[in-house]
Design a protein around this ligand. Sequence first.
Ligand SMILES: Cc1ncc(C[n+]2csc(CCOP(=O)(O)OP(=O)(O)O)c2C)c(N)n1
Ligand SMILES: [Mg+2]
Length: 284
Amino acid sequence: MSATAISAPLRLTRDTTALRAHAKSMRRHVLRMAEIVGQGYVGQGLGIADVLAAVYFSELHTRPAEPTWPGRDRFVLSIGHYAIGLYAALAEAGIIPVEELSTYGADGSRLEMSAPETTTGVEMTGGSLGHGLTQSVGMALGLRLQGKDARVFNLLSDGECQEGSTWEAALAGAHHKLDHLIAIIDCNNQQADGAPSKVMGIEPLHEKWAAFGWHTQRVSGHDFPALLAAFAQIRATPGKPHAIVVDTLMGKGVKAFEDREKNHFIRVAPEEWTLANRQLEESA
Ligand SMILES: Cc1ncc(C[n+]2csc(CCOP(=O)(O)OP(=O)(O)O)c2C)c(N)n1
Ligand SMILES: [Mg+2]
């Protein structure tokens, strides 16, 4: 491979049709992985696909063949259990091979159910909630100290907003005016034990992040024009860290999964996959 090919940047686009096609392809990757193990965090992988497509393919400056390029934007997955969605994005971006997805969940595979930082393209080991934003604040500060223009995107969840360390990191981000830090909070109205409102209420999230000194927006996580507008607004707003609360539907694209009442960790019977795959193909 030539030096030019090694340094080729990931091709970014603001074309919503192209972004939608990436998201659909990522959902196919999610179903392929999930079918291998027959269970898992399938609802999260499907629900976050549009947001990940928007981040990876419209915003993230990275080099697929050179994943540790020091000048890269960082995508930090706080919520390790969303790994299936991240692997789909990494494969779609060419950062890991699509064929490798067939090893998902197998003994010895790099694609563990919760993403480890030893896997190409994974910036931090997730699993223990509440550590993603703290590490992202450190990364953003470090990049600033090094004089780099790179940005840090951190994907958190609504359940993760119940962790006190998240809010300590939010204070630090605002204190240091980390305008290269973008927190995306996936609000799917579920956590492990049910709706956050039933377990320990976190709303109003927009007001909370704004009160902590963050430039805050709230949009549908399935609306590409709104997501692109939110990212444009971020580029036009210096001096503060940024939060985007994205409202998403778990299982999005597969009606049978969307309709499940408890979607945190699902088991899917072998005979259900034909329907799931068909519903995904028929979805918008
Ligand atoms: C510090 C910590 N406490 C508890 C857990 C157990 N846990 C794993 S996922 C999860 C739910 C987190 O909420 P969210 O990400 O919103 O759940 P989802 O939307 O995926 O259902 C919990 C409590 C954990 N991983 N880490
Ligand atoms: Mg949730």
